[in-house]
Ligand binder design. Structure first.
Ligand SMILES: [Zn+2]
Length: 62
């Protein structure tokens, strides 16, 4: 007896079996949709590499 892993499609919340070709997405469309989300920054990714630089050099005398 093997367990079936079923999760919800991250895009449309349809249940998807692990056997599905497009797992963890229910379809190619949702897979593409997900890539689109990444590209447009729909997911919140911690900006660990982005720092705010202070252009105003305090203490510099011109
Ligand atoms: Zn889906």
């Amino acid at each position: 007896m093997s367990k079936k892993l079923i999760i919800k499609c991250p895009i449309c919340k349809t249940l998807v079996e692990r056997e599905n070709e497009t797992f963890p997405f229910c379809s190619d469309r949702c897979k593409t949709n997900d890539l689109g989300n990444w590209a447009s920054g729909a997911y919140s990714i911690p900006d660990t590499n982005v720092h705010e630089f202070d252009d105003d050099e305090h203490g510099t005398i011109h």
